[in-house]
Ligand binder design. Structure first.
Ligand code: ASN
Length: 483
């Protein structure tokens, strides 16, 4: 049962081959048996899952038949879930049970999904390896001595290991696409504003977007359709109808114009990854696509700009964690200042502190113009590059990551080397455009991801290209040995 995709589960439930309760119990047993090897869950919500599964079965028995009714999923642990621990991978949220559901959680609940639990992640989504979690590192099921990517590393590892068919994630600089690439999954970061951020614990508010990770583009389409939409509670949510992503999947690729940015295939890219990516391009040509070489000249400035803007926003967002209202509080504070200092000092991990300090510095008087304003100007240039490119092409294609999954601990001494892993993904967040990663094969037994970038609100087109590729390839069907 655990090999089934969401689309297959929907058919099985409809045909009464099994019930949602049976399926959830089977997956919960698998999580109990296998997750100790991966550490992908922070909380398993067994009772809630059984209760929701029974309710889904009752709705089906009463004649309801929507595709996600009874579908088991889990949420990255930064989506607030009513009455369930929401940790954001941090000690500072010790014991925090959100008093409400995030909009994404609420929408997926209403669609009838069953929540199996909350998934491990880099602390406050800061990382590309899922090693900064207070709850311990997550391991990659393709090689448990390696990282699964981050920050949605728990989501990626759990779905790749067939502990569940799909999960939610968030992407500020690549946190859906990069772990999807390193674990052989399909994941999509929607256009900024497409998915509500309400109830998502904020990291960098102008960049954060929620989205799905699954094993197929079809399953991503199913989930994204349920997650997306205008939300009056998020002032950056865009009031525009949600496309029918499932209907978009079937469109033939004849006439599709693909842009290959030269900057995505230059220095720093593992040549073996480049070859896999070009093999995908050849397949897409056979399906009728045409290819054009393009340039995104400002990409080289993306990492410095991102690592000013994201920490700047984080330093402001994270000021709310003060030991007073919720989460961790230091013992026996002598006065208010001591309470703040020690609660934050003891509650935040090293990477989070590093970014709060970088962000605070970049925003301080005298430095604001030199760093923050400059970074925002670069952001505009990056956006302009994409706007110009999309005049001539429908999608931009390249590798998702420059390297394969690395060994646990390998990049810990040098944070910048981990930041560089985001080189191909962060431009989409800075510009606000959608991006998708899908499986493109294996090098030395480790998954390779190919990234598709689209113009604003072109999620349907990205899912369409990925789905059509998945009809003529079977990389996405490969499962890691032992899972
Ligand atoms: N949150 C993300 O999208 C991941 C990115 N590597 C970061 O640390 O900011």
């Amino acid at each position: 049962m655990h090999q089934m995709t969401l689309a297959e589960i929907a058919k099985g439930l409809e045909a009464k081959q099994f019930s949602a309760e049976e399926l959830s119990r089977a997956l919960l047993a698998r999580i109990a048996q296998l997750d100790p090897q991966l550490n992908s869950f922070i909380t398993v919500t067994e009772d809630l899952a059984i209760e929701q599964a029974k309710a889904a079965d009752a709705r089906r028995a009463a004649g309801e038949n929507s595709p996600l009714l009874g579908a088991p999923i889990a949420h990255k642990d930064l989506f607030c879930t009513n009455g369930v621990l929401t940790s954001c991978g941090s000690k500072i949220l010790t014991g925090f049970k959100a008093p409400y559901d995030a909009t994404v959680v609420e929408k997926l609940k209403a669609a009838g999904t069953v929540t199996l639990g909350k998934l491990n992640m880099d602390e406050f989504a800061m990382g590309s390896a899922n090693e900064s979690s207070h709850y311990g590192a997550v391991k990659n099921p393709w090689d448990t001595s390696r990282v699964p990517g981050g920050s949605s590393g728990g989501s990626a590892a759990a779905v790749a290991a067939r502990l569940l068919p799909a999960a939610t994630g968030t992407d500020t600089g690549g946190s859906i696409r990069q772990p999807a690439a390193l674990t052989n999954l399909t994941g999509i970061k929607p256009t900024y504003g497409r998915v509500s951020r309400w109830g998502m614990i904020a990291y960098a508010s102008s960049l954060d977007q929620g989205g799905p990770l699954a094993r197929t583009a079809e399953d991503c389409a199913l989930l994204l359709g349920a997650m997306a939409g205008f939300d009056a509670k998020d002032s950056t949510s865009v009031d525009q109808p949600v496309d029918d992503y499932l209907a978009a999947l079937a469109q033939p690729l004849a006439g599709l114009r693909i842009g290959l940015p030269k900057e995505y295939f230059g220095a720093g890219l593992d040549a073996r990854i480049g070859e896999k990516v070009m093999a995908v391009v050849e397949e897409l040509k056979k399906l009728g696509a045409t290819v054009k070489d393009i340039s995104l000249p400002n990409m080289q400035h993306a990492i410095p700009a991102y690592y000013v803007i994201a920490p700047a926003e984080a330093s402001s967002n994270l000021s709310r964690f003060d030991g007073v209202r919720f989460g961790y509080r230091c013992e026996n504070p002598v006065n208010l200042e001591d309470l703040y200092k020690r609660s934050r000092g003891e509650g935040f991990g090293a990477e989070v502190k590093r970014r709060i300090m970088v962000g605070t510095y970049a925003l301080s008087a005298g430095y604001y113009d030199a760093y923050y304003i400059k970074a925002q100007q670069i952001r505009r240039l990056i956006k302009n590059d994409f706007v110009a490119a999309f005049k001539d092409v429908d999608v931009i294609l390249g590798p998702t990551t420059p390297n394969l999954a690395w060994k646990l601990g390998e990049k810990n001494a040098d944070p910048v080397s981990a930041y560089l892993e985001d080189i191909y993904t962060i431009t989409a967040n800075l510009a606000g455009i959608p991006g998708l990663s899908m499986p493109a094969g294996f090098v030395d037994g480790l998954p390779v991801g190919v990234q598709l970038l689209g113009n604003y609100f072109q999620e349907g087109r990205l899912l369409n290209v990925a789905h059509q590729y998945q009809q003529v390839s079977d990389w996405h069907k490969q499962a890691p040995t032992g899972f």
